[in-house]
Design a binder for this molecule. Structure first.
Ligand SMILES: Nc1ncnc2c1ncn2[C@@H]1O[C@H](COP(=O)(O)OP(=O)(O)O)[C@@H](O)[C@H]1O
Ligand SMILES: [Mg+2]
Length: 324
């Protein structure tokens, strides 16, 4: 939507579909054949240098899209190009141009020290010495891997392993990095490290990033553009800020009273939650909070208050609800 139009297009999907045939047991000897439209006619482009969030509920088709973009899965229909390459037809050639990280599984060798996995990557991708040293050095420093290089992968914590996996995906200088749930199950510190690293990677090397995640803070902190997918279809493609206007915008006044109190009743507001002396009042986002604050302060014994902007979680929930 506007973005990506003028620049160098790196990823291009036009009406891409993926249908799975699934057989389901419906009785002792009966099997039912069914088709799952995992991706159902998706079109978008990503320009070089963009960091794009790809979000949606479980089973929406995110991982299937990523797998088609790497060539692991062949589309059932439509047209797909990454760096001018048809991924399914030239998977090996494409592998030199892309990096991919699946949060749910590792590409590292389980029993080998981290650095041995990297050595194997270096040979697999035929990475020249100087480039390998430069890229590894950069990852080790920025992902804080120095103390982990001699540790077998199976002894790493999930957060450490994920950082190790991200480094492995970048040793061959890919132009685009796909990350499928890279922060799933990570502790707060590891998440922050991964996010900081991706930001710098994009800023310094201009690496294009396509990121699927359940953690909306990943999106808030990394992506200027977000695509929402549901039931294999694209529901939204645009700037993160635009998501806020999709739902009916409401802000929330969080009020701390001196004591517990029946729900506050003020015109133009809706008390959405009461928890002891704390109450949450929703009001139209477009309206000023000032008169409301004054009215609350005048009528109720007030200790503290704050205004909460709508977060994308609320907005997306409302988007799905609104669609029926
Ligand atoms: N290999 C497969 N065989 C059959 N169905 C699949 C396969 N992979 C994914 N699906 C189905 O396709 C849909 C999309 O799955 P997926 O792309 O993994 O969603 P997401 O990553 O958004 O959670 C789901 O209904 C899932 O069950
Ligand atoms: Mg998935």
């Amino acid at each position: 939507m506007g973005r990506g139009g003028g620049g160098d297009v790196l990823i291009e999907l036009d009406g891409v579909r993926k249908v799975f045939d699934v057989r389901r047991r419906t009785g002792l000897l009966r099997r039912e054949k069914r088709q799952v439209k995992a991706v159902d006619g998706i079109s978008f482009t990503v320009a070089r240098g963009e960091v794009v969030g790809y979000i949606g509920p479980n089973g929406a088709g995110k991982s299937t899209t990523i797998k088609m973009l790497t060539g692991i899965l062949t589309p059932s229909g439509g047209r797909l190009r990454v760096a001018g390459i048809d991924p399914a037809r030239e998977r090996t050639r494409l592998a030199h141009r892309i990096g991919v990280v699946f949060g749910q599984r590792t590409t590292l060798w389980w029993d080998l020290p981290l650095k041995d996995s990297y050595g194997l990557m270096r040979r697999m991708y035929r990475i020249p010495d100087d480039r390998y040293r430069r890229n590894l050095g950069r990852c080790v420093e920025q992902l804080d891997l120095g103390d982990l290089l001699d540790v077998p992968v199976r002894q790493l914590s999930l957060g450490q392993r994920m950082r190790g996996d991200i480094a492995a995906a970048l040793l061959h200088d890919p132009e685009v990095l796909y990350l499928d749930e890279p922060t799933i199950g990570l502790d707060v510190v590891s998440k922050a490290k991964v996010r900081g690293f991706l930001r710098e990677l994009n800023a310094e090397l201009g690496t294009t990033v396509l990121l699927t995640t359940h953690d909306l803070q990943d999106i808030e902190q990394l992506c200027e553009r977000v695509m929402v997918i549901d039931h294999g279809r694209l529901m939204y493609d645009g700037p993160l800020g635009g998501l806020h206007t999709v739902g009916e915008g409401e802000r929330t006044l969080v009020v701390d009273l001196e004591t517990e109190h029946p729900p506050i009743d003020l015109p133009g507001t809706r008390t959405v939650k009461v928890e002891g002396p704390r109450q949450w009042l929703a009001f139209p986002a477009a309206e000023s909070a000032a008169p409301l604050v004054a009215a609350v302060a005048e009528r109720y014994p007030l200790l503290d208050l704050s205004v909460r902007e709508p977060d994308i979680e609320d907005v997306i929930a409302r988007m799905y609800a609104g669609r029926g």
